[in-house]
Design a protein around this ligand. Structure first.
Ligand SMILES: [Zn+2]
Length: 226
């Protein structure tokens, strides 16, 4: 048994959504400059790096990430699904609708787009694949045990298809009698792992513990069964 990260380390150079402030990690007191200790000031928008979106991101009064209990952030039956995608392509309902997802409580979509993150951040940010809104609705309606989905792209929304992306977010978060609990959405995940996808046994999503914010940067740790 071992543990791996499915989240990226946050750096000043981390690619962030177009329009967001870039992360600042500023040395404050520094021993090398004659200080008595080391410390840093960290200035980061909450949708930077690997982060988890909660309903309050799109819905006024929606549940916010700081209201989630630890029990709601541990997933004992995750599925990492291989769905190779080219630039601007959407993950479609028909790719998932014939799978048996009984018992699964969390799905991470591996599009392979993570390979652009370092080498071509422009492509990573502006040509990313996304998820079809209809698929999100279908998952909530048919598999209420699924409480979280994630993706190895900067967003669930394809940058080139913002309307469809907004719908996908709303379908994840909205209150609707036909649907169960809203979903959490983990974006900018590191799914470029060497381990076999089905060896991922348990996933822990650990958002920064900051009161009152809609969503938060997070650590995603996975327990690997080998
Ligand atoms: Zn976000």
């Amino acid at each position: 048994m071992k543990y791996i990260m499915l989240s990226y380390m946050l750096e000043e150079s981390s690619p962030v959504h177009i329009g967001l402030q870039e992360p600042q990690i500023i040395p404050n007191a520094q021993i090398s400059k004659g200080g008595g200790y080391n410390s840093y000031i960290i200035n980061v928008e909450n949708h930077s790096g690997t982060h988890v979106d909660a309903p309050g991101h799109f819905l006024e009064g929606g549940k916010i990430i700081s209201e989630y209990k630890p029990d709601e952030l541990v997933f004992n039956n995750p599925l990492i699904l291989e769905v190779p995608k080219k630039q601007n392509e959407l993950i479609k309902l028909e790719e998932v609708s014939n799978l048996n997802l009984e018992g699964i409580n969390c799905i991470f979509f591996r599009t392979g787009f993570g390979k652009y993150r370092e080498k071509d951040s422009e492509t990573y940010l502006t040509s990313n694949p996304g998820i079809e809104s209809e698929l999100v609705y279908w998952l909530r309606k048919n598999y209420p045990e699924i409480k979280c989905i994630g993706i190895d792209c900067i967003s669930m929304s394809s940058y080139q298809k913002p309307e469809e992306g907004k719908k996908a977010h709303l379908n994840a978060f909205m209150k609707n009698e036909e649907l169960g609990e809203p979903l959490l959405l983990v974006e900018d995940m590191d799914l470029e792992i060497d381990e076999k996808l089905d060896s991922v046994e348990t996933v822990f999503i650990i958002p920064w513990q900051i009161k009152g914010i809609d969503s938060a940067p997070c650590v995603v740790m996975a327990k690997i069964n080998r």
